[in-house]
Design a protein around this ligand. Sequence first.
Ligand code: FES
Length: 402
Amino acid sequence: MAKTMLKGMNITGFPKRLLKRFVAIQNGSTADIPDNNSYLQNQIKNRLHPVVQHLVVTDIIEHGKDVKTFVFAPDKKKGTEVLAYFSAGQYICLRLTVGNARISRPYSLSSSPKESLEGKYTLTVKRVDGGLCSAYVLDNWTVGTELDASAPLGVFTYEPLRDAKTVIGLAGGSGITPFYSLAKAIADGDEDCSLTLLYGSRTQKDILFLDEFRALEQKTDKFKLINVLSDEEAEGYESGFITADLIKKYAPEGDYSIFMCGPQAMYNALDKEIEKLGIRRKFVRHELFGEYHHPEKNEDYPQAVKDSVFKLTVKMCDETFEIDAKANDTLLVSMEKAGIAAPSECRSGICGYCHSRLVKGDVYVPKSVDGRRLADLDYGYVHPCCTFPISDVEIDVPPMAD
Ligand code: FES
C-alpha cells in the first residue's frame, strides 16, 4: 500500500533535507526570541486574532424598552489600537464581572466587516427573562463603559466553496444581528452572495432594524427582507410562522443554502420544516444558541437528581476550589457564580475552549450539544459549558488566557 502511494514520488532527497535541517538548527542563534510583535507574521496574527480586545462604549441606540445597540471603539489608552477584522456572522465573547461572578457571553456582531476597519463594532443586546448578563449590560452600560472582549470567533459565515450562491436566512428575535452584518457586507461588496431574509417577529413593533434593512434593499438587489408576524396581520407582511411552504415561496430555482439564527425553540420547530424541503445537509447551517437550559426536560435526564445541589471541586493550576453546583446549572455557570474565571467562548459545546478533564463523578451532557470527540470520551474530557452534574464532581480546568 505504502509502495503504491509513494510510486512516482522522488524521495531520495529526503534524508539530505533532514541532515540540512539538523545542521541549520545546530548552527542557529541561541539568543532570546525577540518580542512577539517583531515579526510580520506575528503582527498579522495579533491584528486578526488578539488574545483580548479592550473596547469602550461610544454610543447607545435604544430600540424600545428592552433592546439596545452598543457602539464600541478600540480603547487605545489600554493598548488596543485597532479592532480585529472579521467575517459577517462572527461573534465576540464579552468578559464581565457582575457582583462576585466572573462571566463571559458571546454576542454576534451586528456591524459590518467594513465598519471594523473604520474602528467601529456594534452589538445589539436584548433582555432575556432571568438573564444575568443581558440585565446587567442593559441596566449598567453607559457611554464611556470600558470592557474586554475576545477576538471575533465562530463559523456562522458565508463560505463560497461550501454554500450556494443564494442564502435563505431564517431569523427569530435577536437572532437577526448576524444577518444585519451579512446584509451590509453584501451591500458593501465584501460577500459575493444574495440573501433573502425571512425574519420572524411577534408584531411590527418587535422588528429590529426595519428602516436600515429597507435602506439596504434600495442599495443592492442582492438583499431582500420578508417579515413574518406571528401575533398580528398586516399588509405587506407574511403572517404565522416560518414553514417549509413559506421558504419554498421565496427560494430560487436550484440550490440555495439555509442559515438559521434564533432561540433553541425556533431550531426545534424549523428543523422539522427544513426536512420537508429535502435539501442537502451541507446547505443547512445553524448559529449556536448559547447556554443550554432545563436539561430536566429531556427524556434521558435522571429525574431523581433534578433539585439536588452537589459539591464541585475545581482544580485550576495550583489552586483548588470547593463550590456548590446546582443540578440544573452547567459546571461552567456554577464556577462563574462562585467567582472562578473559567475559560469559555461559544458556551454551546462547539469551540472546545472550555475543554476540561473530569477527574471524578458523574455528569449529564444533552445529546444535542455534546461536541466531544471519541478521544475526549476515552480520556474523560468534558465541556463544562454544556455539562450538568448528577453527583459530586471534580474537574481539572485550564486557566483563562489574558
Ligand atoms: S465554551 Fe465552547 S465548547 Fe465550551
